[in-house]
Every structure is written in structure tokens, then in C-alpha cells.
Design a binder for this molecule. Structure first.
Ligand code: NG6
Ligand code: CA
Length: 511
């Protein structure tokens, strides 16, 4: 026992050398007996079903993601709740479908905290079970109470919804502010150069991508023509805080080191880490170690970078002796997209690679590639490797992990599917509601997908080459016979449409 505490303080010392001023508290309790598995959710941003080589349908090589798949359960019917980021993250953390909350839509970087600090959350549930919790990476769930002053501690923040330690970017890598926020404080800010943020108008005298394209190292293709940081223009305006502005090329390493550091300091506790990768979301800017490595342009290269990060992170779990006591869940917040606003050759260099695999649509879409994403669960020595066809949703992680941690199950949309997640059962959900743009939803039950009629553009209206899934008529697909959703059976099977519509409506209307 004594030896253990010495090792822990040595780990803290070593980590403090890597990251000066690190804010993770090494609370006493090194002697705590580990009864529950550590839990790590690694969550990619816009990674498609076909982007992970273990799924066998793309051209990329992702050996470390594949390791999780091959040593664990690889789900072929795993769903994010939404085809965009904020809503999917909201659901994962709250166990509530996103369309039940009006505000759960892609948020600007100055949006107030979306999750009510009084609301039950997955990390709070794990805190109650004795876990030390952290989020490292992309947040995109709002911060503060509105009119945020970034020059003082932002409250409420991610710590107020259940995380003991938080090291995050507020929104996305293409939205201001381009700074990291640690436990509510912007990292590296100097008091003589305050940070100002606006989504309404530019600050006088500040260059923008639109006015000053000569300053850009990567051109925008749609949107993304506002404030410039690191030669890349973003969504929104910012001024000042220069010492705190991130360098995109270093972002992966920055998050990885914090994630590793959390494990090193908390290895003797049960810990929960939500490690939220920023890849392959735009702007795609790999470190020079990965630039040009895949021949697929920046999109391929940042996926290679993300894969490497996962490998390094798994190595840390091994080196710290906790891999066998750690449940690892890997997934993505929504499906893939090629041109999402920057001229980065994603479409030109994709070649034969199929980011969405054999699925129709992509990010933003009600068709399956929008929400059916890579999902795998590894627990070395505890899970027998397998492929599962069970329908599971990220909204179910809350109840399933509550069951695992011996906590009361939440009373919301989250279902306890712990046996499916651990590969003890092939039974998942009977049905799941999935969301596309603007809280418009579709319904999957068994092999059937029902897409109700929606007005609106059939293609994503701001220039993304992806189908929304909207149509003026109801659509019905049989996923088993027609995985690519090419044959609309609605007119042939009106009784099936009626049956599914009733069940779907009942779920929508449930309070
Ligand atoms: C869109 C952005 C897109 C991306 C997305 C959110 C434009 C034209 N497009 O509005 O680039 O940032 O929002 O992506 O601004 S998500 O993965 O965080 O949901
Ligand atoms: Ca996303």
C-alpha cells in the first residue's frame, strides 16, 4: 500500500513536469481499493462507419481503433442520437433524446451551458458511485450563463454537470473562442490582452478570412470566413487573448497529454474519462508527423493522427497497469462529411474510400450514415471479442453504466443494455429514434426505418454534398435487405408505415 502512494506522488511529479500549472488535483486516497472498473469513453468528431478499418468497408488503416474492435465488441447497429454534435453529446451525458430539449442544437461558442446543473447526468451518477471524473477535448455543450466574460472563471461550466476535472475547447475547432478552458479558466491568458468574443459583429481593425484571404493558409469553402487564428478563419469573431489561442497542429497532443495525465494521477481510483477527440472535424490540420501520411489529404491524415492518439492512450493504460480494469467505449458523435467548409481536398482525395461505408447519407442526414457510427466496447480479459448486431444507442450508456456501477437507473430515454454492451446478449433496443437537421427525426425498429415526410431541401442547404433525408412523402426502408436505403417501400407497405408511425408517435409524445 505504501509503495502505491509513493508511486502515485511520483506520477504527479512527473506529470507536473510535462504540463506546468496542471490543475488536476491528486486527492488523497491512493490506497482506495479498486472495486469498480474505470470507464473511458473515447468520442471522435464526425468519424464515419466506414472510416474505421475494423468495419471492413473503407480504405483507411486504423490499427488502434481496430484493436478496440478486435479485443472487444464491435457494434454494427450502434447509433448516435443525432447527425450533429451538440445534440449527440447532450444525449450521451443526460440519457435524454436531444429533440426533447429545444436548445440541443449545434451551438455557437458563446452559448450558455446547455445542460441544467440540476439535471441528472452520467458523470454525476458516476461521481455518486465514487468515481473521479474528467472531460478532456471537445465540449460543444455551452459554457457560462450568457454574456460570458472569458477573462474570469466561466460559471457554470463543465465541472458543474459532473466532471471533477475539465480541459476543453468551448465549442468546435472551427468556432471561436480558439482557446482551451481548464476548470472554467481560459488557459494561458495574459491580463494585459483580454479575450473578447462575439457572434454578431467583428471587432474594429481585426482581419477576417473574407476581407483578408491573403492571410489564410487554408481557404474556406462555405461559412468560416470570420476571425483568423493560426492562418485559418473560423465561425465567429474574437479579439485579444493572443497568448491563449491554440495552434491547431498541436491540439491532438495537448488533449492526449491531459488524458494520459488524468489516468496517471487517478490510476488508483475508479475513474471516468470522457476523452473527446476533435478529429476529423474541420478545420482538419494534422501535426506535421501525420501530414501527407495517408494520401487522402488532411481528412485521412487527421484520422491517422486520432488513431495514433488512441494507441498512445491505450499504452498509458497498459503502462499504468489499469488496462484490465478499464472499460473502454469508442464511438463518434455523428456520421462523416467531406467538404464541411474548408478547401482541404477531402472530396478530391477520397478515392475509393467510403467514409459512411455502405450506408446512405452522412453527417446532418436522416439516412443511416448520419447516425449509425462506429461503436465498440473493450474490457480486456472481461469481454469475449465478438461482433454484435444488437441495436444500441449512445443514449443508453447512462442507464447501462448506472447498472454496472450499482447506481439507480435514470428515468428517461436511456435503456439499461449493459448485457449487450458487454457482449453477454445480442438483444439491444427494439427501436430507436434518430435525429437529422433541425430536430427532425426518423424511427428505426428492427430491420425497418421510417422517415416521416418533411418539407425542406433534399440536400444540406449550405453547400454540403449530403442528402438531408427530407422528402415530401413518407419513406420506408428495410435495412436488412437494403442497407443502402435505395428502395423506398412506403407505397408497397402502407400497413407497416401505419404500424411504425404509431409506435414512433407514442415515443415522441412520451413526457
Ligand atoms: C455547421 C458548420 C460546419 C460544422 C457544423 C457543426 C458552416 C457553414 N458549417 O454550421 O462546418 O461546424 O456546423 O459540426 O458554418 S458538429 O460536428 O459540431 O455538429
Ligand atoms: Ca460532430
Amino acid at each position: 500500500m505504501k509503495k502505491r502512494s509513493i508511486a502515485l506522488s511520483a506520477a504527479i511529479g512527473c506529470v507536473a513536469m510535462i504540463v506546468p500549472g496542471c490543475q488536476i488535483s491528486g486527492k488523497s486516497g491512493a490506497e482506495a481499493e479498486v472495486k469498480q472498473p474505470n470507464i473511458v469513453i473515447i468520442y471522435a468528431d464526425d468519424l464515419g462507419y466506414g472510416d474505421v478499418s475494423a468495419y471492413g468497408v473503407g480504405e483507411l488503416n486504423t490499427p488502434n481503433m481496430d484493436r478496440i474492435a478486435h479485443e472487444g465488441i464491435r457494434f454494427e447497429n450502434g447509433y448516435a442520437t443525432s447527425a450533429t454534435c451538440t445534440p449527440s453529446r447532450f444525449s450521451l451525458l443526460t440519457g435524454q433524446y436531444p429533440w426533447r430539449n429545444d436548445r440541443a442544437q449545434v451551438l455557437p461558442g458563446d452559448a450558455p451551458l446547455l445542460i441544467d446543473p440540476a439535471q441528472p447526468t452520467l458523470p454525476k451518477m458516476l461521481q455518486a458511485a465514487g468515481y473521479e471524473t474528467a472531460v478532456v477535448g471537445k465540449w460543444h455543450l455551452g459554457l457560462g450563463a450568457g454574456n460570458t466574460n472569458w477573462n474570469q472563471q466561466v460559471r457554470p461550466n463543465a465541472n458543474d454537470v459532473g466532471f471533477d476535472y475539465t480541459y476543453i475547447m468551448a465549442a468546435t475547432n472551427d468556432r471561436v473562442p480558439n482557446v482551451f478552458v481548464e476548470n472554467g479558466n481560459v488557459v494561458g491568458l495574459e491580463s494585459n490582452d483580454p479575450l473578447e468574443v462575439s457572434y454578431r459583429k467583428n471587432f474594429e481593425g481585426e482581419p477576417t478570412g473574407k476581407a483578408n484571404p491573403e492571410l489564410l493558409k487554408m481557404m474556406y469553402s462555405h461559412g468560416h470566413d470570420m476571425s483568423i487564428n493560426n492562418g485559418i478563419s473560423r465561425i465567429g469573431y474574437q479579439r485579444g487573448g493572443k497568448s491563449a489561442q491554440w495552434i491547431d497542429e498541436n491540439m491532438a497532443d495537448t488533449f492526449l497529454v491531459r488524458a494520459q495525465q488524468f489516468v496517471k494521477i487517478k490510476r488508483d481510483k475508479p475513474f471516468f474519462l470522457f476523452y473527446t477527440l476533435h478529429q476529423p472535424h474541420v478545420p482538419r490540420v494534422p501535426h506535421s508527423r501525420f501530414a501527407g501520411t495517408t494520401g487522402m489529404g488532411p481528412r485521412g491524415d487527421v484520422i491517422a493522427e486520432a488513431d495514433w492518439c488512441i494507441g498512445e492512450f491505450l499504452k498509458t493504460l497498459e503502462e499504468e497497469g489499469v488496462l484490465e480494469n478499464t472499460l473502454i467505449i469508442f464511438s463518434s458523435d455523428n456520421g462523416p462529411v467531406l467538404d464541411d467548409g474548408y478547401v482541404d481536398d477531402a472530396a478530391e482525395k477520397v478515392g475509393d474510400h467510403t467514409p459512411g461505408g455502405m450506408l446512405r447519407g452522412g453527417k446532418y442526414s436522416l439516412y443511416d450514415a448520419g447516425t449509425r457510427i462506429p461503436l465498440m466496447v473493450m474490457w480486456k480479459g472481461k469481454i469475449k471479442p465478438a461482433v454484435s448486431k444488437a441495436i444500441v444507442s449512445q443514449v443508453d450508456l447512462f442507464a447501462s453504466l448506472a447498472q454496472l456501477a450499482g447506481q439507480p437507473l435514470p428515468e428517461n430515454d436511456s435503456k439499461n443494455l449493459v448485457d449487450a454492451f458487454l457482449g453477454k446478449s445480442q438483444n439491444g433496443r427494439e427501436s430507436v429514434v434518430i435525429e437529422g437537421l433541425g430536430h427532425r427525426t426518423a424511427f428505426r425498429k428492427g430491420d425497418w426505418v421510417l422517415i416521416p415526410p418533411y418539407k425542406g431541401s433534399k440536400m444540406v442547404p449550405w453547400g454540403v454534398d449530403t442528402e438531408t433525408g427530407f422528402g415530401y412523402d413518407v419513406q420506408l426502408y428495410n435495412i436488412k435487405e437494403d442497407v443502402g436505403q435505395a428502395n423506398d417501400l412506403a407505397s408497397e407497405r402502407p400497413e407497416k408505415v401505419d404500424e411504425l408511425m404509431q409506435e414512433y408517435q407514442a415515443i415522441l409524445n412520451k413526457q
